[in-house]
Write a protein that binds this ligand. Structure first.
Ligand code: FAD
Length: 474
């Protein structure tokens, strides 16, 4: 009996963290969720956050009576903790976007109903086919773009369309691929069909939140982690696991020793810094998985007007084709295809930009970018609307944010073709005598909900439990 009590006590000691300390690199959702778990279990830990704020790619900023989101905005699935917070804090939007309120403009001309009808049939049947193709052995390693073009070519052969109608359809096809590019944050030419079969949120739903949205979700999670346990502006430049303790080196030369580390840096950050971030270097297989897996590039630009110039009920404006002087046009304009009004911020139109657009936009000052956007909207939409001038823009460049270096991850063609489980390879911990010394969390390490805040939070919890389990089993 005495021996049993002693054993139980020694387990308590470890689980309550009297004997171990863990470093968490990053105060995004993965890092904060891991910290929340350690708080619950009484395990000692410290978070090192390179930037001067918590949240990472969840980045609400105050606007009028609510918050606009530079990063995450929607919540996927319902059977998860984030959705529970949405329900508990009453964060669901009371109004839904009217999916019918589309305006599509090709070479400055509104697409007419006849064309829409033909197109809609193609689009809905192709969406379904692509979903199925994701599980079909013969095609699942193909890219979305390749497969859409295959279906599009068949579809066009069956239509009797004039030359100008064919041009409209080709542009609709371009916009269709851009929708995938925006949603998955991946060039459609590199977005492997297998994503559709692998990614799974349980129920196929995406919740639109109200004006408080992710601000409330972030505040709630951050409130569970004492501020004293987060070292802000603490950029980790090296994680050295050669000794018994793991040495965390900061950019200011300070270092700290820990028993285990959870690293939550984005895949973009790992791709760029993995060779200098770890001593000794990561295994060849982990490093190759980090290289192969896709990391995309998305940006929202919030255009603020004095008054809305678009009609009530409008959900999306899509623009394709070049109007005006093509010599002075640059590739940024090619990627300015999708604009959406906001349900609660009536004077805001948000430009959803993917492809090369975010990089091109990040080279411009706000005033230069406003000029490009004003000209682009005016030349393309002048036959349809009287477009007024933008007053201000709000944006965050994820591609040039040194701690994100892009938006979120996806299964790339290379990853598909490698026949390896790259998510698992990226997630596998580095063990020393079975002790998890370096654990890997972050959205890119969740097998079913990579890309998302839900996946990020789950990954933090998973790695915190991995460490707790190990020490309690000693
Ligand atoms: C434009 C955009 C729209 C999105 N929309 C949605 C959406 O609608 N729904 C959804 O679910 N998801 C969305 N996402 C994705 C979602 O935001 C991410 O999946 C999630 O926030 C990632 O969390 P994380 O903890 O894995 O990584 P991060 O949030 O990137 O956190 C990592 C943290 O580590 C820090 N860090 C990095 N390197 C170091 C270092 N060397 N030293 C110290 N600290 C470091 C970073 O500063 C950061 O705070 C979107 C993302 C973007 C960019």
């Amino acid at each position: 009996m005495k021996t049993l009590l002693l054993l139980i006590c020694s387990l308590c000691g470890y689980v309550q963290g009297q004997n171990i300390t863990v470093a968490i690199i990053g105060a995004g959702f993965a890092g904060l969720r891991a910290a929340q778990r350690f708080e619950q279990l009484g395990i000692n830990y410290m978070i090192f956050e390179g930037s001067d704020r918590v949240g990472g790619r969840v980045f609400p900023f105050s606007y009028q009576s609510g918050y606009l989101q530079y990063g995450a905005e929607y919540v996927n699935g319902e059977d998860n903790e984030i959705y529970e917070t949405v329900k508990k804090n009453n964060l669901l939007s009371a109004t839904e976007i009217d999916e019918e309120g589309y305006e599509t403009v090709v070479y400055g001309q509104e697409v007419n109903n006849k064309m829409y009808k033909i197109w809609d049939k193609f689009e809905s049947s192709t969406n379904e086919k692509l979903e199925r193709d994701g599980a079909r052995k013969e095609v699942k390693n193909q890219s979305v773009s390749e497969r859409i073009d295959f279906y599009f070519s068949d579809f066009m052969k069956a239509q009797k369309l004039s030359q100008s109608e064919q041009t409209v359809m080709q542009n609709m096809n371009k916009l269709f691929k851009n929708q995938y590019q925006l949603e998955w944050s991946a060039p459609s030419t590199d977005l492997c069909l297998r994503n559709f079969d692998t990614w799974d949120s349980g129920v196929d739903s995406e919740a639109t939140l109200n004006e408080i949205g992710f601000k409330s979700i972030l505040d709630e999670l951050a409130s569970k982690v004492p501020k004293t346990k987060i070292g802000m502006s603490s950029k980790v430049v090296n994680v050295d696991y050669t000794g018994t303790k793991v040495k965390i080196m900061l950019s200011n030369g300070q270092y700290f020793l820990f028993d285990s580390v959870i690293i939550t840096a984005s895949l973009g950050y790992l791709k760029k810094h993995k060779t200098t971030l770890f001593t000794p270097a990561l295994s060849v297989s982990k490093s190759a998985a980090i290289d192969r897996f896709g990391f995309g590039n998305n940006m929202k630009i919030f255009l603020e007007y004095n008054d809305p110039w678009w009609p009530n009920g409008m959900s999306t404006i899509q623009i394709s084709g070049r109007v005006g002087n093509t010599e002075t046009s640059n590739s940024l304009e090619d990627d300015l295809m999708v604009f959406q009004p906001f349900l609660w911020a009536r004077k805001i139109l948000v430009a959803w930009v993917a492809g090369n657009g975010p990089l091109e936009a990040s080279k411009l000052t706000d005033s230069q970018l406003m000029t490009v956007l004003d000209n682009h909207l005016d030349t393309n939409l002048k036959n349809v609307y009287i477009v007024s001038k933008i007053q201000r823009i709000h944006r965050h460049s994820w591609i040039s944010d040194e701690f994100a270096l892009g938006s979120y991850s996806y299964i790339s063609n290379k990853s598909c073709q490698s026949n390896t489980d790259d998510i698992k390879l990226m997630r596998d911990p580095i063990l020393t005598n079975r002790r998890p010394v370096i654990c890997f969390a972050g959205e890119h390490t969740d097998s079913e909900m990579f890309q998302t805040v839900v996946g990020a939070a789950r990954s933090g919890l998973r790695e915190a439990d991995r460490i707790a389990n190990y020490y309690s089993l000693l």
